[in-house]
Design a protein around this ligand. Structure first.
Ligand code: HDE
Length: 700
C-alpha cells in the first residue's frame, strides 16, 4: 500500500520549472529580445522609467527574501519514505503506522540559534522535523536531537530564545551559547540545566545529521479504534549510530566548510548511501497521574531512561531524494506539532500547548498569509475539502456558493466523516479535566531541576565526561560577568561535585558546595555514544595520491572504498587528471583533515615548490624535494589528533615518523593496497580510534 501524492506538484514533474530551452519571457509570458541592457535615451543617456522589464525584474528581486525562522533558521532537508512495521497497530489506528504502509516524508534538520547563513557545526541543539504525507492528512513530528527542553511552560519560550540569540546591542555572537545572556538565563532559570547539560555534551556537536537521534520531547497519546489510549514518547534511532565531532573538528569545520552538515546529507543521498532511522515509542499507561517511575510525563525537561521503558520500534524511515530547490522546499516547508492524524493526540504538557498555536501563527508572517498549506511542499497528499476561503496567496479556484456548514444551497456538501461514508475522523480523547482553580502555578513534581542533568552526566564514559567539562569551561570562559559564572558553578555543584571542581579549576575559581539535596540517580548505559560498531555507509575516505600513482592502485582503492559503502576522495598535491583519467577531488591546499573519516596514503609526496608558504613554519618543513610535503604532514597530524585511522598502502612505514607520528600509535596501519580499505573500514565502524585519545599527540 502506498499514499500517492494527490495534488502536490513534484520536483522534476510536469509542474516543475527548470531553466528551459524555450524563449525567455517576462512574468506575463511576453517573449524578450534583450535582458542584459536597460532601455535608455541613447547609449549613454538616462534609463527610462518605461522599461517595464527592468522594473519587473528588479522589483521581483527586491522581494525574493522572506523572514527567516525566528528559531531553527539554518536547516537542510530531504525527501524519503516511511514504512510502518505494524507493531503499533495494537496501540493506534493511525493508518501510516499499520503494517507495510508506505508514506512519503520530508525531513528538515536544523540548528536552533544561528541565522539562516550561520555555520552548521556550532554547539547547539538540532531540530529534527518530519512531515508525513499520510493517507489521512499530514502528520508533523517536530522534534529535536535532545529529549529534554529548556523550559517547562511555553510562556518562557521568548525568554530562552532572547537569551541565546545574539545579544541585541551588537548582534554578537552568531549561533553560539557561549555568552553572558545565555548563561545568565540558564543559571537563574535552573529548569534549563538538564537541556544545557546535553548541549555541553558531544550531542551538541553531531558528526552528521545522519548520525543523530530524534525525540518528540513531549508525551503524546496513541488512540486505537476502540478509543483506548496510552501515553507515548517518540524516538528516532539512526541506523548509523549516534556520533559526534570533537570540539576541535567543529571549530575547524566552521571555517573550512560551514555547510558541512548540509553537504554531508546531500552527498550521502547522492551517493546512494540513504540515511535511515527507525521510529520507536516508549509506552506508558494513560493513568490520571501521568507519572512513570517518579517522572512527571508532562514535564518536558525530563526524559525516561530506556532501561525503565524500552523503545519499541514501529517503523523505518529512509531519506532518498535531495530537494530540487532549497527555497521552494526546505525554506517554505511549514511544520506544526498540531498537524495530527486520527490515532495520535496531544497531552496537557504546558510547553506543547503554546506550540499548538505558535507554529501556525509564525507561518502567517513567514509565508505571507494563511494559505501556506497550499505551497507544494506543504500540500497534503490526501484530498483537501476544507471551507477556508480567500486570503493572501490563494491558489485554489473554489467552486460552489456555500462554504459554510450546514448548508442546503450546495446540497449539504461536504459531509462529516461517518455520515454515509467510511472516512476515519480525528477524535479528541475524552480526557477528564479535574475541576480546579485557575492559577499560574507549576505542580510540585516539576521542582527537581538537577537530578536528570546528573543522571545524564554520570551515564557517560570518562572521555565523554571530560568533553562536557571542557565545554562548560570554554563557554563559561567566554562569559565576562563573574556573578553569572559563580551562579552557574553553583548549579554544577548541585549536579556533580567532580564536574564542578574541573570547571572551577579551569576558570580559576573556588568550587562551591551544593546548596540543596538532589535525589540520587540510577545511570543509563544507553546514553553513552562510545562503544559498538556501526555501518560505515556514506563515510568519507581521503585517498592521498600523486600524478605518478599507478592507475590500478587508484582503481583498486576507489572501488574498495565504494564497495564498503563509503565515498572516496582523491587528494593530491595539485589538481588535474590522474593516471586512470579520474580527476583529483581535493588538493593539499583545498582539503582539510576534518572532511575525512579516515585517510589512506597510496603516495607520500615530498615537499614541492607548490607547498603552501603559510604552513611551512608550522610544520617545520624541509626544503622542496626533501621530506614530506608540509601540507600532508598537517593533514596526517590533524587526522591523528582527531583519532581517525590512517593507513599507509604503498609508502614505507617510516612515513609516520616523518610526519611526527608514533609509528606504533593505535589505528596507524601499514598494509598492502589490497588490504587497506578492509582494515580501515573496521576502524571507521567504531567511529574513532578511542585509545588514541590517551596518547600524548591526540586531541581530547
Ligand atoms: Fe519550536 N518553533 N517552539 N520547538 N521548533 C519553531 O516554527 C516554538 C519547541 C522545533 O524545520 C518555529 O516554523 C515555541 C520544542 C523545530 O521548520 C516557531 C515553543 C521543540 C523547529 C517555534 C517551541 C521544538 C521549530 C520557528 C515553546 C522540540 C524547526 C519557525 C512553546 C520538541 C521546524 C517555525 C522546521 C520551529 C515555536 C519549543 C522544535 C517560532 C513557541 C520543545 C525542530 O514557531
Amino acid at each position: 500500500m502506498s499514499t500517492e501524492p494527490h495534488q502536490a506538484p513534484r520536483a522534476g514533474g510536469a509542474d516543475a520549472q527548470p531553466q528551459r530551452s524555450e524563449v525567455l519571457t517576462t512574468s506575463q509570458g511576453v517573449p524578450l529580445r534583450e535582458t542584459n541592457k536597460s532601455l535608455k535615451a541613447g547609449p549613454r543617456g538616462p534609463v527610462l522609467l518605461q522599461d517595464h522589464h527592468l522594473r519587473e525584474k528588479i522589483t521581483h528581486f527586491d522581494h525574493e527574501r522572506i523572514p527567516e525562522r525566528a528559531v531553527h533558521a539554518r536547516g537542510a532537508g530531504a525527501h524519503g519514505t516511511f514504512t510502518g512495521y505494524g507493531t503499533a497497530s495494537r496501540l493506534t489506528n493511525a493508518a501510516f503506522l499499520q503494517k507495510d504502509v508506505e508514506t512519503p516524508v520530508f525531513v528538515r534538520f536544523s540548528t536552533v540559534a544561528g541565522s539562516r547563513g550561520s555555520a552548521d557545526t556550532v554547539r547547539d541543539t538540532r531540530g529534527f522535523a518530519t512531515k508525513f504525507y499520510t493517507s489521512e492528512g499530514v502528520f508533523d513530528l517536530v522534534g529535536n536531537n535532545i529529549p529534554v527542553f529548556f523550559i517547562q511552560d511555553g510562556i518562557k519560550f521568548p525568554d530562552v530564545v532572547h537569551a541565546v540569540k545574539p545579544e541585541p546591542d551588537l548582534e554578537i555572537p552568531q549561533g553560539q551559547s557561549a555568552h553572558n545572556t545565555f548563561w545568565d538565563f540558564v543559571s537563574l532559570h535552573t529548569e534549563a540545566q538538564a537541556h544545557t547539560m546535553w548541549n555541553m555534551s558531544d550531542r551538541g556537536i553531531p558528526r552528521s545529521y545522519r548520525m543523530m537521534e530524534g525525540f518528540g520531547v513531549h508525551t503524546f497519546r496513541f488512540v486505537d479504534a476502540e478509543g483506548e489510549s496510552c501515553l507515548i514518547k517518540f524516538h528516532w534511532k539512526p541506523a548509523l549510530g549516534v556520533h559526534s565531532l570533537t570540539w576541535e573538528e567543529a571549530l575547524m569545520i566552521n571555517g573550512a566548510d560551514p555547510d558541512f552538515h548540509r553537504r554531508d546529507l546531500a552527498a550521502a543521498i547522492e551517493a546512494g548511501a540513504y540515511p535511515e532511522w527507525e521510529l520507536g515509542v516508549q509506552v506508558f499507561p494513560d493513568t490520571e497521574e501521568q507519572m512513570f517511575a517518579g517522572i512527571d510525563l508532562l514535564d518536558p525537561t525530563k526524559f525516561v531512561p530506556e532501561e525503565l521503558a524500552p523503545v519499541e520500534p514501529i517503523g523505518k524511515m529512509t531519506l532518498n531524494r535531495n530537494p530540487s530547490n532549497y527555497f521552494a522546499e526546505t525554506e517554505q516547508v511549514a511544520f506544526h506539532p498540531g498537524h495530527l492524524v486520527p490515532g495520535i493526540d496531544v497531552t496537557n504538557d504546558a510547553l506543547l500547548a503554546a506550540r499548538l498555536f505558535s507554529y501556525i501563527d509564525t507561518q502567517i508572517t513567514r509565508l505571507g498569509g494563511p494559505n501556506f498549506s497550499q505551497l507544494p511542499i506543504n500540500q497534503p497528499h490526501s484530498p483537501v475539502n476544507d471551507m477556508q476561503r480567500d486570503g493572501l496567496h490563494q491558489h485554489r479556484i473554489h467552486e460552489g456558493k456555500a462554504p459554510y456548514h450546514p448548508n442546503s444551497v450546495d446540497g449539504g456538501c461536504p459531509f462529516m466523516a461517518g455520515e454515509g461514508n467510511d472516512a476515519t475522523a480525528f477524535i479528541d480523547v475524552p480526557e477528564p479535566i479535574a475541576a480546579s482553580a485557575k492559577e499560574r502555578r507549576q505542580a510540585q513534581s516539576f521542582d527537581d531541576h538537577f537530578s536528570q542533568a546528573r543522571l545524564f552526566y554520570r551515564s557517560l564514559t570518562g572521555r565523554e565526561q571530560l568533553h562536557v567539562q571542557q565545554a562548560y569551561s570554554f563557554e563559561l570562559g567566554k562569559c565576562t560577568d563573574p556573578a553569572i559564572r559563580a551562579r552557574q558553578l553553583q548549579a554544577l555543584a548541585n549536579i556533580d561535585a567532580d564536574l564542578c571542581r574541573g570547571v572551577a579549576e579551569a576558570l580559576g575559581l573556588e568550587a562551591p558546595q551544593p546548596d540543596r539535596e538532589v535525589p540520587d540517580v540510577e545511570t543509563s548505559a544507553a546514553l553513552s555514544q562510545v562503544g559498538g560498531t556501526w555501518p560505515v555507509s556514506g563515510r568519507s575516505v581521503g585517498l592521498v595520491v600523486e600524478r605518478s600513482t599507478p592507475a590500478e592502485t587508484l582503481q583498486r582503492l576507489a572501488s574498495d572504498v565504494e564497495d564498503a559503502g563509503m565515498s572516496p576522495v582523491f587528494v593530491a598535491p595539485t589538481g588535474g587528471e590522474l593516471a586512470d583519467g579520474s580527476a583529483v577531488g581535493a588538493t593539499f591546499l583545498t582539503a582539510r583533515s576534518v572532511e575525512f573519516d579516515a585517510v589512506v596514503l597510496a603516495a607520500a609526496p615530498a615537499a614541492g615548490p607548490d607547498a603552501h608558504p603559510d604552513l611551512d613554519g608550522k610544520a617545520g618543513t624541509p626544503k622542496p624535494g626533501e621530506g614530506l610535503d608540509p601540507r600532508l604532514v598537517l593533514l596526517l597530524q590533524e587526522t591523528y589528533r582527531q583519532a581517525k585511522p590512517i593507513a599507509l598502502a604503498g609508502p614505507s612505514a617510516e612515513t609516520f615518523g616523518a610526519a611526527g607520528l608514533p609509528a606504533d600509535g593505535p589505528g596507524l596501519l601499514h598494509c598492502d593496497v589490497a588490504e587497506a580499505i578492509g582494515q580501515i573500514s573496521g576502524l571507521v565502524a567504531q567511529h574513532r580510534v578511542w585509545e588514541r585519545f590517551d596518547s600524548p599527540a591526540a586531541a581530547s
